[in-house]
Design a protein around this ligand. Structure first.
Ligand code: ATP
Ligand code: MG
Length: 418
């Protein structure tokens, strides 16, 4: 039987990795500008970490985790998201002892056992960022502005920002009760999952995609009308800061997140272009998480975006891996000269390809086209004798004479870049 990758686990081939690098580099640039530093944590953690942070009654922990017992009889899990591991490290290494305000970002693979489809895989990649130690809504606004800046810098006008507040342990119980009494009379129309959620996690019922559940929750009480004074003021301040920054957003009071640790501000970047995979990035405040995991009472806020979904939105543009110059040779005699020239140009930072196999001139030029080289040069006996060659700009065929030296070719290729 032919060996293939595990279902839902993808290879990122070279033709695609330019786009991935562009996304990662843009995120690093925007996040580092905002004072975030990278943290790299393991892809596997003790299972208990995710049960205690994400929550036992969430889809992720109930159905989606890759959990197994290792050879030492320990229950371990491939991380389904990044925040739990980052906060585990924050506590374990007492990062808060130097400064409770930490700005951290991470990127890497996550694992969830879901039904694979466009924009949804079993191994997928997230880029995320977290700020700890700031209660003030300023942190919420900076995180949202940074996320908005990332999408602007990367050149996407989709997705758009939606925000909500989920309240806090003081005001959420009353909202949960109000929601339950509203849904109590509509139980007949709900799916089996939601009948269960009624007891375990009623807020999740607002997020169910099953048509009967969507219908049954129309007119449900809004969480925003049940916020306590502190949460209400916090949410108003976040909106005020966003307005000051000119950051566009809309309020979606039905947005609930699939992880239990969120408090107060929650948000999603949503798009209509990816079918039911509409969330491109998502996050929120988690003021109780760090203490829940055994650390001090330090608040936090953060988000994660799905790299695959960002890549799908970017589409098939060229991400600049094409060579600056292709050097073709007339015969075997010139390949020595061509190689030395290529070596010199590579050392000078010019991307060069040459013919490695002694192919015909015609097939060399076909290869130059295929690689989308910006320029090509042909070297034959005449060029070697005269020390000159002509450099052809592939886009329009215009030829320019150049000395057959690194300096001669370099200046020409660089000049045309401006
Ligand atoms: P969805 O509603 O699409 O299942 P989610 O609420 O489970 O998303 P989060 O846990 O908030 O997603 O993760 C943040 C981001 O990670 C999502 O907005 C999405 O872009 C991405 N993501 C989540 N699950 C997957 C997956 N299985 N495959 C690809 N990307 C994913
Ligand atoms: Mg999900």
């Amino acid at each position: 039987m032919a060996l293939t990758a595990v279902k839902g686990f993808n290879d990122i081939l070279p033709e695609e990795s330019g786009r991935w690098q562009y996304i990662e580099q843009t995120a690093r640039r925007v996040f580092e500008l905002n004072g975030f530093g990278e943290i790299r944590v393991p892809v596997m953690e003790k299972t208990e970490l995710f049960c205690r942070s994400i929550g036992d009654a969430t889809d992720i922990v109930e159905k989606e985790m890759y959990t197994f017992t290792d050879k030492g009889e320990n229950s371990v899990t491939l991380r389904p998201e990044g925040t739990a591991g980052v906060m585990r490290a924050f506590i374990e290494h007492k990062l808060y002892a130097q400064d409770p305000i930490a700005k951290l970002y991470y990127m890497g693979p996550m694992f969830r056992y879901e039904r694979p489809q466009k924009g949804r895989y079993r191994q997928f990649h997230q880029i995320g960022a977290e700020i700890t130690g700031v209660n003030d809504p300023l942190a919420d606004a900076q995180v949202l502005n940074m996320l908005t800046a990332f999408f602007r810098e990367i050149g996407l006008t989709e997705p758009t920002l939606q925000i909500n507040s989920l309240g806090c342990p003081d005001c959420r119980p009353a909202y949960r009760t109000a929601l339950r009494s509203f849904l109590q009379e509509r139980m007949a129309g709900l799916c089996e999952d939601c009948k269960r959620r009624f007891d375990t996690n009623p807020l999740r019922m607002l997020d169910c995609k099953v048509p009967g559940c969507v219908e049954s929750t129309v007119g449900a009480p809004s969480v925003l009308e049940h916020l306590c004074k502190g949460c209400d003021e916090h949410f108003s301040a976040v909106r005020r800061y966003l307005d000051h920054s000119g950051t566009p957003y809309s309020i979606n009071s039905r947005m609930v997140r699939g992880l239990d640790y969120y408090t107060r501000t929650t948000f999603e970047m949503v798009t209509g272009l990816l079918g039911s995979q509409s969330a491109v990035a998502a996050g929120g405040r988690y003021d109780g998480l760090i203490s829940q995991l055994g650390g001090p009472a330090i608040p936090g806020i953060g988000f994660a975006m799905g790299l695959e979904r960002v890549a799908l939105l970017l589409g098939n543009q060229d991400f600049g891996t094409q060579p600056d110059l292709f050097i073709a040779t007339m015969g075997a005699g010139e390949r020595d000269v061509a190689f030395r020239l290529m070596d010199g140009l590579l050392k000078a930072g010019i991307r060069v390809e040459m013919d490695y196999e002694g192919k015909s001139l015609k097939s060399q030029m076909r290869r130059a086209d295929k690689l989308k080289a910006r320029f090509s040069a042909v070297i034959g006996e005449n060029e070697v004798a005269s020390g000159k060659t002509s450099i052809k700009r592939m886009a329009d065929g215009i030829q320019t004479d150049a000395a057959l030296t690194v300096a001669g070719i370099q200046s020409l290729v660089m000049k045309s870049e401006q």
